[in-house]
Each structure stands twice: as structure tokens, then as C-alpha cells.
Design a protein around this ligand. Sequence first.
Ligand SMILES: O=P(O)(O)OC[C@H]1O[C@H](OP(=O)(O)OP(=O)(O)O)[C@H](O)[C@@H]1O
Ligand SMILES: Nc1ncnc2[nH]cnc12
Length: 285
Amino acid sequence: MSGTPVSYASHPPHGHPENQGPTTQNADRASTASHPPSTKPDPTTTAPHPKLNPHGAKGSIPSSSSSGPAELSDLKVRLRNALRQYPDFPSKGILFEDIMPIFSSPQLHADLVKALELEVRSKFDKTPDVIVGLESRGFLFGPSLALRLNAGFVPVRKQGKLPGKLETEGYEKEYGTDFFQIQSDAIKKGQTVLVVDDIMATGGSAMAAGNLVSKIGGDIMGYLFLMELEFLHGRDKLNAPVVTLLSGQDAESREKELPLGQTKESAEDVKSVQDAGGAGASKQP
Ligand SMILES: O=P(O)(O)OC[C@H]1O[C@H](OP(=O)(O)OP(=O)(O)O)[C@H](O)[C@@H]1O
Ligand SMILES: Nc1ncnc2[nH]cnc12
């Protein structure tokens, strides 16, 4: 049923005719509609990478306002409920995660930037010198996050958009191939870099961006995403710590017939929000 969105807050469960992907897939490329079951634990709850902050929020730089795990859980629930999913977009077999409703609400927009800031400050042992955002959805929140972290912002753009001396990388993503470019003088040698984007699917885009940063002398301290499509194992392509706010389309939720896209993690978020008396709890189905 292409063109009709479903949301994480209210939509048909798996197995519903409206949520059926196509039965034929390109066997060579994983997509949101055809994938092997994941044996990997929830990436947001796995043991931290050695480069991640071993002290968690306690050892981090204080945030600009009072915050903690309960606040982050509340933010995550609200953000998840704002997402919409479009089957068969932009091509057959892809279940497209639409993040745009977040930006049409000033409150959700603020929630997103706040949640990402909390993740950086609690999961990494330092803040980056530079945020690198990927065209185009990484431009929606990369600059705001950079301001909050007192970091610079550098764009990685699709081929043909940037002037001057450039580095170029070809890559493959969930629904196509493309080329990314970065300006050769955009990052000073040794500056620490956090690569940010909305969705990590196959990880092809993020890997290409990381390669570009390395080519011009940046030191990648990690990757940060709003959502990770776990079953595509994109993080396996990345050689620095990966932090994601939400997980999506995971095998476990499909197996357990949870509502589409709702994961164990989101259910746990709801519980902790309820425990904390958070407002987001009432919005969860
Ligand atoms: O992990 P991957 O399989 O590489 O896919 C993820 C990328 O795909 C989307 O970008 P897209 O190229 O569609 O560009 P857009 O942000 O301009 O819509 C998304 O915003 C990520 O950048
Ligand atoms: N399934 C998906 N939804 C939204 N953006 C994507 N980028 C790559 N795969 C995507």
C-alpha cells in the first residue's frame, strides 16, 4: 500500500495486509523488506565501545539544564511516536522512515536536539571539535547540535554541490548508489569529528563520510544517528563507536509481533517513563 504512512504511535501490527512488503527482493542487497533474523543485541543497550565514556552520564560534561536517563527516555518515546513509515518508498521493498514530522513541531524539534546532546555528553568521553553532517537530512539537526556542543559544522554533500578542492567517495546505500564530497580544507589535521545523520541503514553513506573525513586528516571519534535499521548491520562497516537514539525495524519486534517498529527498547523506554511519571507514557499505544 504505497503512499499511505503508518506511525509508531498507531498503526497495524506486523502481518497486517497493509504492512506486507513485496515478495520479491534483489538477493544481493539487503533492504527493509527482506533480511535475515538479527542475533545482535539491542545496539542501544550493548556494552560500550572502549572509546565510549565508561562513566556514562556521571563522568560527562554537565549539560546546559538538568537532565538524566528518565528525561532521555521521555524524549525518545515522544520522538519515536512522531515518526511515520511509508511502505515501498522510494522503491518497492523499502519501508521508508519519515523523520519530517519532528521538524514541523518546534517542541519535537527541540526534543530531538536535546536528546542528541544528552547522548553525546553521556556516551562519549569528550565532545567533538567538528560535527560532520550528511546531505541532506543530516543538515536538519547537525548545525543545531554543533552549536549546543560548541563544535564546528562541516557538510558532506552529494557530488557537484561544493566548490574548491574536494575529496570524493562513491558508496552504496539501501536504495541506490551515489557520490559524496567534502572540501579538502574543511577540517584541520587532528580535529576530532562526530559524523551525524538521521538514519543508518546499510551504513554505506556513513562509511563513505568517515573515509572522507579521514582522507582530509580528521580524527573520527564516532557516529551518531537518530535511528538505526539494525537488521542491515550497518554498524559493522564503521570503525569507530556508533550511538543511535532509536532502533527500528529490528528482527526481534517482527518475531514477537510487536506493533511495527516498536522494539523492546521502546517498550522499556515507556516503562521507565511511566516509572518516572513522564508525560510521554500516555502517548504510547
Ligand atoms: O545507511 P545507508 O544505506 O547508506 O542509508 C542511509 C542514508 O540514506 C538516506 O539518505 P539519502 O541518500 O536518501 O538522502 P537524503 O538525506 O537527501 O534524503 C539517509 O538520510 C542516510 O544518509
Ligand atoms: N528505510 C529508510 N528510511 C529512510 N531513510 C533511509 N535511508 C536508507 N534507508 C532508509
